[in-house]
Design a binder for this molecule. Structure first.
Ligand SMILES: [Zn+2]
Length: 492
């Protein structure tokens, strides 16, 4: 017992503790041994409590899937967060001994993992969910989506749609989304209020659209948008030339130049369908990848969405320019666009993230489903069951997406020094029982609805399925109200 007290005394050595320990030792030597011992133990324990660092949040007791370089899994583990940052990831006992948290989230029987990164979506398009299904991309876009947008896109629709999308994303564990749409500043404001991280691209397109009559108007809007949000802690403003087939060379280059001027990401739909390849071959006698290289469009902060129809040379071009790829398996399957060669990208060293694409071609924003379908589509299309295993699918939805965005220094894994973007996922459903391997379950058996808690930038956006930053009922009611206008405009 005396040894115990002394041992404790020796280990606590910093600051004012030293003199107290000396006093304790003297007391232990005194005559009234028993009473002093009790007092000493109490004093040592309270001293230990005093030396614990105060932090804002600790998530503890769950199986922590870190997605770090060694794919370490701590079972059980804990994550200490202070302000916007992860301070430490360790065992629950180690974290408890070092940190005193203002808020503690009990993650026992649950899995804790980095927040999911949706690398390609059009958030407000939730307003067109289910409006036109079962069509090829061109027909779907030209006969349904572009006309519906021409009649209904407004700052209000964008705001209402983004709020609804934010509810869905937070509830299904997405913490960062990459967007491309009109009135992107409205999306940025709603995302910021909701507490979501966003890489948000103002669309540049050749024909007149709701927020710009000409590409020059759109570029001017994009520049204003970038200036307004460039120092925002959550929103990364970007420029989004829609695609090769919807912009001329002058516009594409002006968009790329704008991105470079501000160090802003450039987002483009790329090699999505065979039509696009044919168009490039007819007009430029090149693949889209080679053409975009020939005009010096590609740059290191460029994100290419889809990349379904690519040659090995195209893959080498993307690698050469450090272009990230956003893979959208569900949209590619639904529009029958094709299957992107994910294994070939990865073995060439191209960073690949996962996306849902807009809800009008998916039809939801559930990244768990995107992971599962990415794996299944790769297996089916290559007839190789080892293609895109569960770990690879999870990587694409987390650290891979961060790499594709060149944001892996900040997000994508649970490591000290990164931003505190993480989710807590229930693992107790019948369909998740028993659990031998958390990674297998996350990809093959879990749904967005299993997410219990979502944290972005150290802020709890949802705890135990209760949203803290958005009035869920109001967001849904508002969307339903606005849907009647969409219905009237498109004659449905
Ligand atoms: Zn898209």
């Amino acid at each position: 017992m005396i040894d115990d007290v002394n041992r404790h005394g020796v280990t606590i050595h910093d600051g004012a503790g030293g003199s107290l320990i000396l006093i304790l030792r003297r007391q232990v030597e005194s005559v009234n041994m028993k009473r002093v011992l009790v007092a000493s133990v109490v004093a040592v324990v309270s001293l230990a409590a005093q030396t614990r660092r105060s932090v804002s949040l600790v998530v503890t007791g769950g199986t922590v899937v870190t997605e770090n370089a060694t794919h370490a899994i701590l079972s059980p583990g804990a994550v200490a967060i202070d302000g916007v940052d992860i301070i430490e990831v360790g065992s629950p006992a180690a974290i408890a001994s070092k940190y005193q948290a203002a808020e503690t989230i009990d993650a026992r029987d649950q899995v804790v993992l980095p927040g999911l990164i949706n690398t390609h979506t059009h958030a407000p398009m939730v307003m067109y969910r289910g409006l036109a299904d079962d069509l090829a991309l061109r027909q779907w876009l030209e006969q349904y989506i572009f006309p519906a947008e021409a009649k209904t896109v407004s700052p209000e629709l964008v705001r209402v749609g983004t709020r609804l999308a934010a509810v869905e994303m937070i509830e299904s564990g997405t913490t960062t989304f990459v967007d491309m749409y009109y009135f992107e500043e409205e999306i940025a404001r709603v995302a910021f209020e909701a507490g979501l991280r966003g890489v948000l691209g103002q669309t540049i397109i050749q024909f007149p659209v709701a927020d710009a009559k000409t590409p020059a108007d759109a570029l001017a809007r994009a520049e204003t948008f970038i200036k307004e949000f460039k120092d925002n802690g959550l929103v990364v403003p970007a420029v989004a030339p829609h695609a090769l087939y919807t912009n001329d060379q002058t516009t594409l280059l002006a968009a790329a130049a704008l991105g470079r001027k501000y160090g802003a990401p450039v987002i483009i739909h790329f090699s999505e369908t065979e039509d696009e390849i044919q168009m490039a071959r007819d007009q430029y006698k090149m693949t889209p990848g080679a053409y975009l290289e020939s005009i010096a469009f590609w740059g290191p902060k460029t994100l290419a969405a889809h990349g379904v129809w690519v040659t090995d040379d195209d893959i080498a071009i993307l690698k050469r320019h450090a272009v990230g790829v956003a893979h959208n398996p569900e949209s590619n399957m639904k529009l029958a666009s094709g299957a992107a060669p994910i294994s070939r990208y990865l073995s060439a060293g191209v960073a690949v993230g996962l996306g849902t694409d807009g809800a009008a071609s998916n039809n939801d924003l559930d990244m768990f489903e995107a992971m599962r379908q990415a794996s299944f589509l790769a297996k089916l299309s290559t007839r190789d069951p080892t293609a895109v295993p569960a770990q690879t699918a999870l990587d694409m939805a987390t650290i891979g997406g961060a790499r594709a965005l060149q944001m892996d220094r900040l997000i994508g894994s649970l490591e000290a020094g990164k931003r505190a973007d993480l989710i807590v996922v229930s693992m107790s459903a019948a369909r998740q029982t028993p659990m031998y391997d958390p990674v297998s379950h996350l990809v093959y058996a879990t749904r967005g609805d299993d997410v219990r808690t979502t944290i972005v930038n150290g802020k709890v956006l949802m705890k135990d399925r209760r949203l803290r930053t958005i009035d869920r009922a109001a967001a849904i009611a508002e969307a339903n109200r606005l849907a009647s206008k969409v219905r009237a405009a498109v004659g449905r």
